[in-house]
Design a protein around this ligand. Structure first.
Ligand SMILES: [Zn+2]
Ligand SMILES: [Zn+2]
Length: 92
Protein backbone atom coordinates (compact mmCIF):
# COMPACT_ATOMS: atom_id res chain seq x y z
CA UNK A 1 0.00 0.00 0.00
CA UNK A 2 2.65 2.54 1.00
CA UNK A 3 5.71 1.20 -0.68
CA UNK A 4 7.97 4.15 -1.26
CA UNK A 5 11.21 2.42 -1.94
CA UNK A 6 13.26 5.57 -2.17
CA UNK A 7 13.17 7.37 1.11
CA UNK A 8 10.45 7.30 3.63
CA UNK A 9 10.02 10.90 4.61
CA UNK A 10 8.07 12.13 7.55
CA UNK A 11 5.44 14.71 6.53
CA UNK A 12 5.93 16.56 9.81
CA UNK A 13 9.67 17.10 10.00
CA UNK A 14 10.32 16.40 6.28
CA UNK A 15 13.23 14.22 7.21
CA UNK A 16 13.83 10.49 6.97
CA UNK A 17 11.44 8.73 9.32
CA UNK A 18 12.98 7.78 12.60
CA UNK A 19 11.24 5.12 14.68
CA UNK A 20 8.51 4.72 12.11
CA UNK A 21 5.04 4.79 13.56
CA UNK A 22 1.78 4.11 11.73
CA UNK A 23 -1.46 5.89 12.40
CA UNK A 24 -4.78 4.11 12.05
CA UNK A 25 -5.29 5.77 8.65
CA UNK A 26 -2.12 4.15 7.37
CA UNK A 27 0.29 7.07 7.23
CA UNK A 28 3.66 6.84 8.86
CA UNK A 29 5.66 9.35 10.82
CA UNK A 30 8.52 9.50 13.24
CA UNK A 31 7.38 8.39 16.62
CA UNK A 32 8.62 11.65 18.10
CA UNK A 33 6.81 13.75 15.51
CA UNK A 34 3.46 12.05 15.80
CA UNK A 35 3.61 12.22 19.57
CA UNK A 36 4.08 15.97 19.37
CA UNK A 37 1.35 16.21 16.76
CA UNK A 38 -1.02 14.10 18.80
CA UNK A 39 -2.53 17.16 20.48
CA UNK A 40 -3.90 18.27 17.12
CA UNK A 41 -6.05 15.17 16.94
CA UNK A 42 -5.92 14.62 13.23
CA UNK A 43 -3.52 13.12 10.74
CA UNK A 44 -1.13 15.65 9.13
CA UNK A 45 -1.57 13.85 5.82
CA UNK A 46 -5.25 13.10 5.44
CA UNK A 47 -6.80 14.80 8.49
CA UNK A 48 -8.37 11.59 9.63
CA UNK A 49 -8.94 11.37 13.33
CA UNK A 50 -5.83 10.15 15.00
CA UNK A 51 -6.46 7.06 16.99
CA UNK A 52 -3.22 6.67 18.76
CA UNK A 53 -3.98 3.52 20.61
CA UNK A 54 -1.59 1.96 18.11
CA UNK A 55 1.06 4.52 18.88
CA UNK A 56 0.57 4.00 22.54
CA UNK A 57 0.95 0.31 22.07
CA UNK A 58 4.25 0.79 20.25
CA UNK A 59 5.51 2.94 23.07
CA UNK A 60 4.49 0.34 25.60
CA UNK A 61 6.29 -2.31 23.61
CA UNK A 62 9.39 -0.17 23.25
CA UNK A 63 9.45 0.43 26.96
CA UNK A 64 9.02 -3.24 27.55
CA UNK A 65 11.78 -4.11 25.11
CA UNK A 66 14.12 -1.67 26.78
CA UNK A 67 13.31 -3.26 30.10
CA UNK A 68 13.88 -6.76 28.78
CA UNK A 69 17.10 -5.77 27.07
CA UNK A 70 18.23 -4.31 30.34
CA UNK A 71 17.64 -7.65 31.94
CA UNK A 72 19.45 -9.36 29.07
CA UNK A 73 16.77 -11.95 28.75
CA UNK A 74 17.33 -12.63 25.12
CA UNK A 75 14.56 -15.13 24.66
CA UNK A 76 11.96 -12.72 25.90
CA UNK A 77 13.30 -9.95 23.68
CA UNK A 78 13.07 -12.16 20.64
CA UNK A 79 9.52 -13.07 21.54
CA UNK A 80 8.67 -9.40 21.82
CA UNK A 81 10.13 -8.61 18.43
CA UNK A 82 7.99 -11.31 16.89
CA UNK A 83 4.95 -9.72 18.51
CA UNK A 84 5.90 -6.37 17.03
CA UNK A 85 6.37 -8.02 13.66
CA UNK A 86 2.83 -9.33 13.74
CA UNK A 87 1.65 -5.95 14.88
CA UNK A 88 3.22 -4.10 11.96
CA UNK A 89 2.09 -6.69 9.45
CA UNK A 90 -1.49 -5.84 10.32
CA UNK A 91 -0.92 -2.34 8.91
CA UNK A 92 1.04 -3.10 5.76
ZN1 LIG B 1 9.35 13.36 11.64
ZN1 LIG C 1 -3.62 9.84 7.45
Amino acid sequence: MFKNNNNNKCPICLDIIDNECFTACGHSFCLECILQWQSKRNCPCCRADLKLTHTQRIIDLQAEIARLEGELKTNKVIRFFSIIGDFFLSFV
